[in-house]
Design a protein around this ligand. Structure first.
Ligand code: NDP
Length: 392
């Protein structure tokens, strides 16, 4: 029997993963983790007969314990408990916590040699080199779950990396693709969360609207596939049918097409290296009729330019970028700053940290990454209060 754990089980990726696991059979669920949605976590733990359920928040522990009383399922709470859950032997671990909070558990899962299905792109952005080295040290495998990276991974199967000329990841353009700058300035979180094609968690949906999600994915592509930044392109493709393309030196472009359903990429990572039947819609291209493409607009969506600067700087710029982006999003959600100010804030944080010695040095431990992440968050908070960014 295959032993599996799901970190971020109560989220959009977590629930889709559990849906596939329930259909797979011959799976033993080890750990399921969540954040504040304790009732759902307990329900999932019972339904999937998990060995342990963990909430990341110590104050949610009593509610989880009482919801699981008498079931024989262990309950634990707090950050340490979350990380310890990743020490429990498992063959396959889904990393689907949102944000940098997913980094430490994923790191620990690699240390026990598990196959890590990585949805948590923030891990690769903040600590890509450390994560890949940890996998190498323990003979662990990291499989991409982001739809674009799964698509690239599939297009590269059996290919020689030296023949790769370019990698193109697509972006839907999000709900604000056609919005003029004046309207973007007044955009609300409720408008930003309405993604035209994908059902996702609230934070990644807003990151898609600002193109910060694609910015993270640019860096993720560099870290995962080890390619030079200038070989990676972003193409706006509003239908979200082609998820990525790989261009080879003979001029061939291999495209990956599929429905906007994360169960394809999750299922591919679950069944890899085999392909098994998955419960996703089969595309009817004649009904679709046409696919369209356009370049991203760097003026209204500066996040991609910032990601390129981060890739050029290397060092700990990724950790600072992600930390600043996560805090800027918190400020936008709280109504303290407007939608365009998120990119302005992140840029200001990167500029403020640019002269710092640690910023330019590659991280050599997880704590260094988390320290840089923290500094970027504190700086974001300070700058967000300034009149140039603040809505107050
Ligand atoms: P959701 O917001 O739907 O779920 C996030 C999960 O993380 C929930 O289980 C949540 O718990 C948990 N969580 C939140 N904060 C913390 C914390 N501080 N510590 C521990 N756990 C926490 O997110 P998604 O499922 O949409 O995304 C998860 C990851 O996958 C992200 O990194 C995202 O970028 C990536 N991804 C998502 C895609 C999608 O289609 N959704 C596509 C590609 C990548 P609770 O809800 O109980 O508070």
């Amino acid at each position: 029997m295959r032993r599996v754990s799901v970190f971020g089980a109560t989220g959009s990726i977590g629930e889709n993963t559990l849906d596939l696991l329930a259909r797979a059979g011959d799976v033993g669920v080890v750990a399921l983790t969540g954040g504040r949605n304790v009732a759902r976590l307990a329900e999932l733990a019972r339904r999937h007969r998990a060995e342990i359920a963990v909430t990341a928040h110590a104050e949610c522990g009593p509610a989880l314990r009482s919801a699981l009383a008498g079931t024989g399922i262990e309950a634990a709470a707090g950050r340490d408990a979350l990380i310890e859950a990743a020490d429990r032997p498992a063959d396959w671990v889904m990393s689907a916590i949102v944000g940098v909070a997913g980094l430490a558990p994923g790191f620990r899962a690699l240390a026990q040699g598990a196959t890590l299905a990585l949805a948590n792109k923030e891990s690769l952005v903040a600590a890509g080199s450390l994560l890949m080295a940890e996998a190498g040290r323990h003979g662990a495998t990291i499989l991409p779950v982001d739809s674009e990276h799964s698509a690239v991974f599939q297009a590269l199967a059996g290919e020689d990396m030296t023949a790769v000329e370019r990698i193109i990841i697509t972006a839907s353009g999000g709900p604000f693709r056609d919005w003029p700058a004046e309207r973007l300035a007044r955009a609300t979180p409720e408008e930003a969360v309405r993604h035209p094609n994908w059902e996702m968690g609230r934070r990644i949906s807003i990151d898609s609207a600002s193109m910060f999600n694609k910015a993270l994915e640019l860096i993720e592509t560099r870290e995962f596939f080890g390619v030079a930044p200038e070989t990676i392109e972003v193409l706006v493709h509003p239908q979200s049918i082609i998820h990525a393309l790989v261009g080879f030196r003979d001029g061939a472009l291999m495209a990956h097409l599929g429905p906007a359903d994360m169960r394809h990429a999750i299922g591919y990572a679950l069944n890899w290296p085999e392909r098994r039947a998955l419960p996703v819609e089969r595309l009817d291209l004649a009904r679709l009729g046409a696919l369209s493409f356009e370049p991203p607009d760097p003026g209204r969506f500066p996040a991609l330019r910032l990601a390129r600067e981060v890739m050029a700087r290397r060092g700990q710029a990724g950790a600072a970028f992600n930390g600043a982006k996560e805090r800027a999003l918190d400020h936008f959600l709280a109504g303290r700053i407007g939608f365009p100010a998120m990119a302005g804030l992140v840029e200001a944080v990167l500029e403020a940290l640019a002269g710092d010695a640690a910023f330019g040095r590659p991280p050599n431990c997880l704590d260094c990454v988390l320290e840089m992440d923290n500094r970027a968050r504190r700086l974001t908070d300070d700058l967000a209060a300034r009149p140039v960014f603040s809505r107050a």
